[in-house]
Design a protein around this ligand. Structure first.
Ligand SMILES: Cc1cc2nc3c(=O)[nH]c(=O)nc-3n(C[C@H](O)[C@H](O)[C@H](O)COP(=O)(O)OP(=O)(O)OC[C@H]3O[C@@H](n4cnc5c(N)ncnc54)[C@H](O)[C@@H]3O)c2cc1C
Length: 321
């Protein structure tokens, strides 16, 4: 069967991997320049910075199987299991990409075709699915089955543009999915920070959920921070220029870092973590040849998003793992 997976985040890539291993011809369509979605790494002034998901866990046996492969390919490494002085935080091993968080998605898509820089404007169903690009090259792809893995808000916008209606009950459940927002700051330091392994601190100051130095983390030659603000601050300041809220936050962590922040850029994550989910790991509509997955279905975090993609694949080819 020819299958198109829209979205190259961890859910789409996990689904595509499982389907291509089952013998299907899979194309992953992604609006961005590369794979990974919210597992994102950015280069900035000679630094490498993980600016979305920082790590993942592999508690589920299916994730462990994938993770073993990523470790073998040297795409990921163990990062840390215990946070010094924080007995309240679970001790599961956290894994990170060896050179950034996109490693797992790169591994998973090895057996698939990739259509990158392809913003899906519209989907059309006749006897097969047609997937149409917004602008650019005006590409059009066809498939027997379609998997969609973008955040639910973007999914509903796509359905609206394409006049797709799945019926009241599933549409209402899709509409009810809610995500937090996250305002992030990526910054270059003037010297190595004072942070010790793992190079990350949770809640280091008011309104900050996460602070890490990507050099201590092991992915950047140059000391460079990732700062994630709290959901509350992000929501309040979503439309406020970063120059108005970021300097105070950055000043509040410089002592802890033992370094000055030379330059910084903001990043807005519109869909950080799902607060309300669909209530099932995926939605499979065999009569339409359509399956929906992602963390809005599977639940918060990389591991659950990946399982959502794997279970979506299982629903399509109808076999147990
Ligand atoms: C700031 C932040 C920190 C986080 N920290 C952690 C963490 O430390 N550990 C953890 O486990 N989880 C963390 N998470 C959550 C984790 O990143 C997500 O749960 C997971 O990556 C979601 O994967 P996904 O495949 O469901 O969605 P995504 O990664 O969002 O993938 C969806 C893809 O669809 C693409 N797309 C959207 N619209 C279109 C279109 N029209 N055409 C083509 N492509 C389209 C997008 O570009 C994207 O690549 C964090 C998230 C954020 C934002």
């Amino acid at each position: 069967m020819r299958i198109i997976v829209i979205g190259a985040g961890i859910s789409g890539c996990s689904c595509a991997h499982k389907l291509s291993h089952a013998g299907h011809r899979v194309t992953v369509v992604e609006k961005g320049r590369g794979v990974g979605g919210r597992m994102a790494t950015r280069r900035m002034d000679g630094a490498r910075i993980d600016h979305g998901a920082q790590f993942y866990t592999a508690r589920d046996i299916r994730l462990q199987a994938l993770n073993n492969q990523w470790c073998k390919e040297e795409r990921v490494v163990e990062w840390y299991d215990q946070v010094p002085g924080r007995t309240d935080i679970p001790t599961d091993m956290r894994y990170r990409g060896k050179t950034g968080m996109t490693g797992p998605a790169k591994s998973l898509t090895q057996g698939c075709s990739l259509a990158l820089n392809f913003f899906v404007e519209k989907i059309e169903r006749t006897t097969r699915w047609k997937v149409l690009e917004r602008e650019g090259e005006g590409r059009a792809l066809e498939a027997d089955h379609l998997v969609i893995t973008m955040p639910s808000v973007q999914m509903l916008e796509l359905f609206d543009r394409s006049s797709v209606n799945l019926g009241n009950e599933p549409m209402n459940r899709l509409d009810a999915i809610r995500y937090t927002q996250c305002l992030a700051i990526l910054g270059i330091l003037d010297r190595p920070s004072r942070l010790i392994h793992p190079g990350a601190v949770t809640h280091p100051a008011k309104n900050i959920d996460w602070l890490s130095d990507n050099q201590v983390k092991g992915i950047s030659q140059r000391p460079a921070i990732t700062l994630h603000t709290s959901a509350k601050l992000s929501q309040t300041n979503w439309n406020v220029p970063a120059e108005e809220w970021a300097p105070e936050l950055l000043a509040s962590v410089e002592d802890q870092l033992g370094a000055r922040i030379l330059s910084w850029v903001p990043h807005r994550w519109g869909f950080a973590k799902p607060l309300v989910t669909f209530g099932a790991s995926h939605l499979h509509v065999p009569e339409l040849g359509l399956t929906l997955a992602g963390d809005g279905f599977g639940g918060e975090r990389v591991e659950r998003a990946s399982i959502s993609g794997l279970e979506a694949a299982e629903a399509i080819f109808g076999k147990s793992f």
